[in-house]
Design a protein. Structure first.
Length: 193
């Protein structure tokens, strides 16, 4: 504890040094804990049952069974999210709706702000609200937005993308295709193993 010895304003004794060491040890142990161990990641099931419980902003019935999903968590107060939403709409317009679906999940408190944004920017794909952050923060550990999950038709997370992406690029459909292939390999392995 050279800091304690070299600083004349601090009285150093064995007790102070021990407390400092114990404090540093506890801080180090807390940093080693894996709070994210329970959070689902790539290759694990997406919590679809919670998604189905969220309020649909438009009140419409949505069927996303047997489809590869792009699930985007966003907020109206998030500048990157706001600029990403029109790209997602263009992506929706270009995808085969029988095989793929895009779902937005807003973490805004005010559903009216969400509705106003959707109207203003002509966003037509399904948007759900997770105002209490049960799905976003508690179950998925999302800390920054936008955060996007690619989920296979069987409900397995095949990719997670944190941050803004230009979704109208030509290679995006290959992301969906790889999601389908990854999940098929997982199913084949599970049935053979």
């Amino acid at each position: 504890m050279s800091f304690l010895r070299s600083n004349p304003g601090i009285q150093s004794n064995g007790y102070t040094s021990k407390l400092l060491c114990i404090g540093l040890l506890l801080q180090g142990l807390a940093g080693c804990s894996d709070n994210n161990a329970k959070l689902p990641g790539v290759g694990q099931p997406f919590p679809m049952s919670v998604l189905k419980q969220l309020e649909n902003v438009r009140g419409e019935k949505v069927d996303f069974s047997n489809k590869t999903l792009l699930i985007n968590f966003w907020a109206t107060w998030c500048t990157p999210c706001r600029s990403e939403m029109p790209d997602l709409q263009r992506l929706v317009d270009s995808l085969d709706s029988e095989r793929f679906a895009v779902i937005g999940i807003s973490v805004d408190d005010d559903i009216n702000l969400v509705r106003e944004f959707l109207l203003q920017h002509k966003i037509r794909f399904p948007i759900f609200q997770d105002a209490d952050l049960r799905l976003a923060a508690e179950l998925l550990g999302i800390e920054t937005y936008p955060d996007t999950f690619i989920v296979s038709p069987q409900g397995t997370i095949t990719k997670r993308i944190n941050g803004i992406i230009r979704w109208d690029q030509n290679n995006i459909e290959s992301v969906f295709e790889s999601a389908r292939l990854i999940d098929s390999a997982t199913l084949n392995y599970a049935s053979n193993g």
